[in-house]
Structure formats: structure tokens, C-alpha cells
Design a binder for this molecule. Sequence first.
Ligand code: AMP
Length: 223
Amino acid sequence: MSTRLVLFGPPGVGKGTQAALLQQRLRLNPISSGDIFRKEIEAETDLGRMATRYIERGELVPNGVTIEMMAKRLRQDDVRQHGFVLDGFPRTVKQAEALDEILLKMDFGLTKVISIEVPDEVVLHRLAGRMGCTKCGEIYHREDKLPKREGLCDKCNGPLFVRADDQPDTIMERLRVFHETTEPVIDYYLKSGLLQRVNGTMGPEETYAQIVSDLIHVMSEVS
Ligand code: AMP
């Protein structure tokens, strides 16, 4: 039985880090809408060019193209066989409804929706100092988690970079969009009884422990 999770929360809360841990330790398949957009931008596709305009302003890419892009990814064989951990999707109630429809057509449901919760000041601090590895995606921080050698990843030696949308004005806009448009998705999932709220203010391992304590239980029930 495959596991199908949604990781939900504001930008910078650590969804990507948790998705990577779930991949390493439970062999779950991470799918990040932000990463798919960034790959489209790098490949200079029409979708990438369109998405750039929104991403660089900290706004959401319109629902229509986002849903189409994610539907395409979710229908691929690896997802059918091994399930997924969604990071960054759904971000609107419309996207949450579309996800239900896509999964229904595939005869699937979600296993759980995990909401990682932190106060805004923590998000601002984390995003303002965030650096990521261009090769393996490991995340560092200018104050809290410096790499051993400046500008280089401890794990794979890859060069580190600061995301173009991790600039102060854009960060504020992304947080505003989260509260206004994305947070209502929590109510949508509360009604379905799938929601698990976890405290994201501690380190990645503490957050991971909260996620799996509940998940192992659910996974053993369905297998
Ligand atoms: P992320 O890497 O998840 O922080 O996403 C980076 C940016 O990509 C966001 O600020 C949005 O502009 C765009 N994006 C990612 N996922 C979505 C989504 N589900 N709906 C709309 N825009 C998205």
C-alpha cells in the first residue's frame, strides 16, 4: 500500500527538509511544485517564463497552469506505484479540490495532511538567511547552520545559492499570500479528518519525530 502525504505550511517552515527526510528514511517520493517550476524556468520553457513573473514577485502562479502541471506529474507511474509527499501543493482551496478529483480518478485518497506550524517571526528569520545547495538541495542558514567551507555544501561540495525569491520584500509578500490564500486550505482538510498539526519551531529531527510517530501508526493500519 503506498502512502500519499501533503506537507503543508508557510514558506521556510521546513517542508522541503521533511520531504527529504521522508524520502531517505521511509523511501517516500517527494514532489515539490516550487522545484518543478524552478526546473521549468531553468529549461526556459513557456511555462517557466510565465511562472517567473509570479514567483519573482512572491505571488502564486495561477491555479489553472499549476493544477495542470501537478496533474501531469501525479499521473506518472512512480506516483501510482509508490505514492508521494507533496511539498508546496495544494496552496489554494481550488487546488485542494482539484487534487481530490485527480486522486479520485486514480482511485486513490490521501493518507494524511501534515501542517507544520511556526510563528511568522521564525519564518522571516529562516528565509532571510536561507542558502541551498544547487546539487543536492541541502539547506543552510547564514547564522544558524553555516557550511564548513564558505559557499560550498558539506555533503556534496556543490555550490550554495540564495533563492531569488528569498529577498525581504518578496518574503513579506509570500507570507501575506500564505495567510490570505493558503491558510484556508487547513479548514478544507480539517473537515476531512486528515489533518495532523505539528510544531515546527524546533529542529528538523524534532519535527520529523512528530510526523512519523503518527504516520507509522497510519501506515501499519493500511498495510
Ligand atoms: P516554494 O518553493 O514551494 O516556496 O515555491 C516557490 C514559488 O513557486 C511560490 O512562491 C509560488 O510563486 C510558486 N508556487 C509553488 N507552488 C505553487 C502552487 N501550488 N500554486 C501556485 N504557485 C506556486
